[in-house]
Design a protein around this ligand. Structure first.
Ligand code: COA
Length: 466
């Protein structure tokens, strides 16, 4: 293999970096740029170095990122809540630990081989190069760390354009990634970001010739813009996950699981239970146990006030009020004039399926409960309320036929049965963790292998030694 001059230059730079002590790390090596083009150039340069690093070296950097994330979990959690005003510090600590421990690294990259009379063929997963990544305000540093581990494991470097409302905490996470690389003898700027990101900068990234793959995790607007860019793009957007409870479920457990899932980080994860569809026969019992688990039930007049508080009308359509996304339930109740203490984790109410608080994805610890006459009716309502996002759905039932049917018919990337929704993130459930769930483009729960190009390498009539 011939090595190009530009690659030799990059390797020489890397050797020089290795000779420097960590005390000499300069700010510009930690990945934060004012200009998008400078950021892309830096990531392009570091990708040339990463390409020639061994898998073992990549894995050492990734382990360091994991270590630093755990060390900084509390700080990142506090920074996230302070900057965005959304979520809960205790739960954000868990999310960071989860990302650090359960995001797959290089072990996710597998080779397939066929050998036979005609020789040997390998299918390998190689990097795209430089990835442009859009990250949200709901799970900001969690997504930066999770994307960084997966994308670096697969040999890519990343240019982040974080949500403008969460740029400080996102960029702190980018710095940690680069510190980890430099401390393990890797290049600077494995992940880069913009000091003051804007949608205009994201648009430059969407068109930049040196960006080979785009990955957008965010609200519907920015994901649609990314998917319309003309480049290969992975889109992780909104859902409105319904949870169905039928008459065969363990109702006491279902109530606790639903409240636990719906209140995790105040309902910010896109997989969290957003509305309940309960078979009439068990609905009263379910509500009783939800109240026992920290839910506060409001009645019709208060539901009207809540609607006015947390939804706004724009061009005749309801949109959620940014002021209440991810806020504590007891604070929302206080704004309604109800004195509740911190033990109240969730607001519940009964409504019909057309109610705007049920139709809209609120991302608040608020759960509408819709009664269904039977499980068939419940499945039909749940499918309609998911709005075809095919993101996440959940069910509590002991009837395997009902579970199978709902799973098939709703056809979502995630389907959790008899557990809180966060089991899908590997928290109390098996499997790996990610905060980029690409339901719109079909990759599902993303990991290192999602960010690879498939390459076939054929040696005809050789290396088959059977
Ligand atoms: N970089 C640059 N601009 C961004 C951006 C990013 N990473 N993310 C969003 N923006 C832009 C939007 O395009 C929008 O621009 P516009 O006003 O010109 O339309 C603006 O910033 C505000 O974005 P948005 O996030 O939609 O509005 P908001 O800040 O008022 O809303 C939320 C906050 C939480 C309601 C919203 O971000 C959301 O729905 N997030 C869900 C994220 C999520 O969890 N996705 C699924 C993960 S699998």
């Amino acid at each position: 293999m011939t090595i190009r001059n530009e690659d030799i230059e990059a390797i020489v730079k890397q050797v020089l970096i290795n000779l420097k002590s960590s005390k000499q790390i300069k700010n510009e090596e930690l990945g934060i740029f004012n200009d998008v083009n400078d950021a892309v150039n830096a990531a392009k340069e570091s990708q040339r170095i990463l390409r020639y690093m061994s898998i073992d070296q990549r894995e050492r950097i990734i382990n360091k990122i994991r270590e630093k994330t755990i060390e900084n979990a509390k700080l990142l959690a506090q920074m996230g809540v302070n900057e965005t005003g959304m979520g809960r510090v205790d739960h954000k600590i868990i999310k960071h630990e989860l990302v650090a421990k359960k995001t797959p690294g290089t072990e996710d990259i597998k080779t397939i081989a066929w050998s036979g009379d005609n020789g040997l063929t390998l299918v390998e997963m190689g990097p795209f190069g430089v990835i442009g990544a859009i990250t949200p305000s709901t799970n900001p540093s969690e997504t930066v760390i999770c994307n960084s581990i997966g994308m670096i494991a697969s040999g890519n470097t990343i240019v982040f354009n974080p949500h403008p409302g969460a740029s400080k905490v996102s960029n702190y996470a980018v710095r940690l990634v680069n510190e980890a690389s430099l401390e393990e003898g890797g290049p600077p700027n494995l992940a880069v970001s913009i000091d003051k990101p804007t949608i205009e900068m994201a648009n430059i990234l969407f068109k930049h010739p040196d960006i080979s793959l785009l990955v957008a995790t965010g609200g519907p607007g920015v994901v649609t813009a990314c998917l319309s860019s003309g480049k290969r793009a992975i889109g992780a957007g909104a859902g409105n996950p319904p949870v169905v409870v039928d008459e065969t479920a363990d109702i006491k457990k279902a109530a606790k699981d639903i409240i636990d899932g719906a209140t995790f980080d105040n309902n910010l994860p896109c997989i969290a239970e957003k509305e309940v569809i309960a078979v009439d026969e068990i609905a009263d019992e379910l509500i009783y146990y939800m109240i026992k688990n920290g839910a506060y039930k409001i009645e019709k007049d208060m539901v009207d006030k809540l609607t006015e508080l947390v939804l706004e009308k724009k061009n005749g359509e309801y949109v959620i009020s940014r002021n209440w996304v991810g806020r504590d339930a007891y604070k929302i109740l206080k704004a309604l004039g109800i004195d509740a203490d911190e033990s109240i984790r969730c607001i519940i109410f009964e409504a019909n399926e057309e109610h705007p608080l049920v139709e809209e994805e609120l991302m608040m610890p608020i759960l509408g409960i819709v009664r269904a006459s039977n499980v068939d009716d419940a499945i039909k309502i749940a499918i309609r309320l998911e709005h075809g996002n095919r993101h996440s759905a959940h069910m509590h039932s002991k009837n395997v036929d009902n579970l199978t049917r709902f799973g098939r018919e709703i056809d979502t990337a995630i389907f959790v049965k008899n557990a809180p929704s966060y089991a899908a993130l590997g928290f109390g459930g098996e499997g790996y963790c990610t905060f980029t769930i690409a339901s719109r483009t079909g990759e599902g729960l993303t990991s290192a292998k999602t960010f690879t190009k498939i390459r076939r390498c054929v040696l005809a009539d050789g290396f088959s030694i059977r």
